[in-house]
Structures are given as C-alpha cells and as structure tokens.
Ligand binder design. Structure first.
Ligand code: PLP
Length: 446
C-alpha cells in the first residue's frame, strides 16, 4: 500500500462526516478574560468513546515510546552541536486568573534552531536509518557517533531520503540529511508558503513542488521514492509502514521527558495538538509509562476543519475525513490519522476537542501579550493550539466537568512551533516575532 492511500482507514464521505450533534459548544464566557474575537465559536468536545473498549497498544509501540526509547534518541543528541533542552515556562498569572493550579508551556519554538519539536523526529530518524544501513553494509554493530566516521561517508552519500511535508517535518528531515551528509528531496504542496520552502532549501534539500494539497504531495513523494529507491521518512504510518514513523515519533519522547523532568509535580492534564497524531501519541505514551497511575489526562486538540482523530474516535476506527477549507493551523491540516498514533490514542486519550480559526489566532496573541509578569511566548499558528484547546475546554461546563478541571489542575501544553512563517505571524499578532521575543528578554533581564 502506498503512502497517502487510505490503508487501514475507512474513507468517510462528506455525509458520513457531517458532525453529529456537538457534545458541547464553546462560548465566550462572561467574566473570563479570554473571549473569542468574534462570536463564531462552535467547537466540539468529545470524551473518548472508545477508550474503555480499545485494545491496548501493541507492546513494541509502548516500548519504543518509554524511558528506553528516549535514551536511544538521546544517544544521538550529541550530533547536534547546539543541543539543549527547550525552556519550560510557567504562566502563574494566567493560571490564577483562570482558577487552575498551574499552567506550564514548553517552548519548542526554541528547538535546535529549527523552531519546532519536529526537529527531534525526522532528523533523528534519518540518523537512525543511516546507522542501520551502515551496520548492514559493514556487517557489524555501530554506535551513534559512528555516523560521522570516515567509512560511513560513502554510505551516507549514497542514501537519499524523501518526504512530503507542510513545513516542519521536512525541515527536520533536511537538517538530519545535512548533518550526516546524505541527499534529501522534500515534496511540498501548493499551500506551503515560500518562506517555509526557503527554510528547507537553505538546509541543502532539493524541493519538489507538487500541485494540489498535502495528500497529493504525499502520493508524489511515495511514487518517486519507490521509482528511485529512496527512503521515505514519513511522520505518519499506514499498513505495512510502521518502523520509520515509529522512529520519527520516538524522537518526540525527548520533549516529553524534558518537560516531565523539569516539573516538580507532574501535570494533571496534557492538551496536545494533533495533525496525524504522532506528537500527541508519543507524549501521551511516554507520560503514561513514566507516571503510571499518576499519569495526566490527555486531551487531543485539532482544528475543526481537520479533526481526523476526533472523527476516528466517533467512528470507533481510523477514518479519512473529506477535504475541507484549509486551516490557518497549517501543520495540523491532516485528513487521516497515523495508524500507530491512532492505536495509542484510542486507548490513552481522555478526550478530543476542536478549535476554530479564531481560537488559534487568539491563543497566539494571548501568548504574545501575556498577563502581568508571565513570559511572552512566540507561538506559530499551530504552536498555540494546545493552550487554545485548554481554554476551550475550561470555558465549557460539560468539558470542564468531564475532565475535572479545577483549582487543583496543573496544565501542561506545548508551543510546538515558533514563528515558522514570520510574515504571517506578524500579520496575525500585529507585532514581529522579534518584538515579541524582545519583550521576553526585557522580562528576563535583571
Ligand atoms: C508545529 C506543529 N505542531 C503540531 C504538529 C502535529 O504533529 P502530528 O502530525 O505528529 O500530530 C505538527 C506536525 O507537523 C507541527 O508541525
């Protein structure tokens, strides 16, 4: 089955996908300082209907996303000259204002110079694949540091990695290829901005523009890679294609681990934005295994225009949703869940919530202009979605009650990207990323 086909997933017709009655609608909540910028909020919270009946994820998936998996990824981190954990920021004023115990946001906009958590996944998968290839060719086990050895150079030079991307994953794959000296060909659909394309090309990758949408770029990458003998490094899995995407999402356990290590008390709730669900699955699986009975509740946050995981939860099986208008949360604009992500989230997620376009931009602005001495965070269009999902659930009584959100709650969200398209960021927020980050520097400066 080819990348981009609907292996293992049912395809929903628009009629199938017509929302059933929303379980609840999110309204601007009087008396709370987070009203939407217009009155068109109409989001949906769905308590996970399949959690109790879903099969447990296969053990090897969980094993890959636990402490040992994280250690494996960390063995490759010295390959990055400038690796350091991203900041975990507390938002005490926002927490007090909203009546919860704590809100922390992990700022992946500062990840490895690539501005998103995706830096941890695709690049690591490229290095890991090259190491496997080297071990196969040289006939012996290799250590991560060996990828830079003399004898690995021709092996790397002969390898081509390819992927389709909305931006961040391709940037990571390109960065990994550049680090180890292999070739990267990145397929971009028409909606990927020129700035994002240039950021990938600047890492030495060849760019192939594909007419159509993300699915078309996925199909084009797979077809070309099959013809040329290239390795497809996808962040989404489908039938018979699991190992590479599992390696990609294994990379994200580092982000989850850094966040949990930095918190004195574990969070009670994780609000995790999802495209194909890989990030949410990796973080949820890691937290569940590390924290056991103290594991937080997991809420998957998606754009209402691209809620393939919520649709899958409602259907009780992975489904492909129909084409919709593009969402400004471009990195979350996915119509089909990754099958391994679905397998994990079906049994671990507590709920699913969708966001309007306004909620996404409202969250970006809120993070850029924080309350009192809370730090400012430069959050891209998809980056602020986790916080927006929390706000959406908090102001909806049914969701709030179902999730037990109260003054004891400790919320952890991830700003999964910085201003990966600075012009768009400035247009939305009304200030440049530099101006917003400057405010952060002002606060930190003695
Ligand atoms: C900034 C950002 N946030 C969230 C996601 C969602 O990750 P996933 O597709 O693994 O669900 C992506 C995916 O590209 C992303 O780039």
């Amino acid at each position: 089955m080819k990348y981009g086909e609907t292996a293992g997933r049912d395809v929903q017709t628009p009629r199938d996908h017509e929302p059933t009655k929303p379980i609840c609608k999110v309204r601007a909540h009087s008396g709370r300082p987070f009203t939407a910028s217009d009155s068109s909020w109409c989001q949906m919270f769905l308590a996970n209907p399949v959690r109790a009946i879903a099969r447990a994820p296969r053990p090897h998936l969980l094993a890959a996303l636990g402490a040992e998996g994280r250690r494996r990824v960390e063995a490759f981190l010295p390959a990055w000259r400038d690796y350091r954990p991203t900041p975990l920021l507390a938002l005490p004023t926002l927490a007090a204002t909203l009546g919860v115990g704590a809100i922390h946001i992990k700022d992946e906009g500062q990840r490895l110079g690539l501005q998103s958590f995706k830096a941890l996944g695709g690049a690591y998968a490229v290095m890991s694949l090259l190491l496997d290839e080297g071990a196969r060719r040289l006939g012996r086990d290799l250590m991560p540091a060996d990828i830079f050895s003399q004898e690995m150079r021709p092996i790397a030079a002969a390898m081509t990695v390819a992927c389709a991307t909305d931006g961040n994953h391709g940037r990571s794959v390109a960065a990994g290829a550049r680090l180890v000296g292999c070739r990267a060909v990145i397929f971009l659909h028409a909606g990927v901005s020129q700035f994002r394309a240039a950021a990938i090309a600047a890492l030495g990758a060849e760019i192939v523009r594909v007419p159509g949408d993300y699915d078309d770029s996925v199909a084009a990458a797979a077809a070309k890679a099959a013809r040329e003998g290239w390795v497809v490094v996808s962040d989404a899995s489908w039938d018979d294609y699991e190992d590479v995407p599992l390696t990609v999402i294994q990379g994200y356990t580092v982000m989850a681990g850094e966040a949990l290590d930095a918190l004195a008390v574990p969070p009670t709730h994780l609000f995790l934005q999802a495209g194909v669900g890989g990030m949410a699955a990796a973080v949820a699986a890691y937290a569940a295994q590390i924290l056991g009975p103290a594991a937080p509740k997991v809420i998957v946050v998606e754009p209402e225009r691209a809620a393939c995981l919520l649709a899958s939860a409602r259907a009780g099986r992975p489904v492909v949703i129909p084409h919709n208008e593009p969402t400004i949360m471009a990195m979350l604009d996915c119509r089909a869940p990754s099958l391994i992500a679905w397998e994990i989230l079906a049994s671990i997620a507590d709920g699913f919530v969708t966001l309007s376009e306004d909620q996404a931009t409202d969250s970006m602005k809120r993070l850029a202009s924080p309350l009192a001495m809370d730090p400012a965070v430069v959050a891209g269009e998809s980056g602020g979605a986790g916080l927006a999902g929390f706000l959406a659930c908090l102001c909806e009584p049914e969701a709030r009650a179902a999730l037990g959100l109260d003054r004891h709650s400790r919320i952890l969200v991830f700003n999964t990207e910085g201003a990966t398209d600075p012009a768009l960021y400035s247009w939305i927020v009304g200030r440049s990323p530099g101006e917003v980050a400057g405010r952060l520097a002002d606060i930190i400066a003695p």
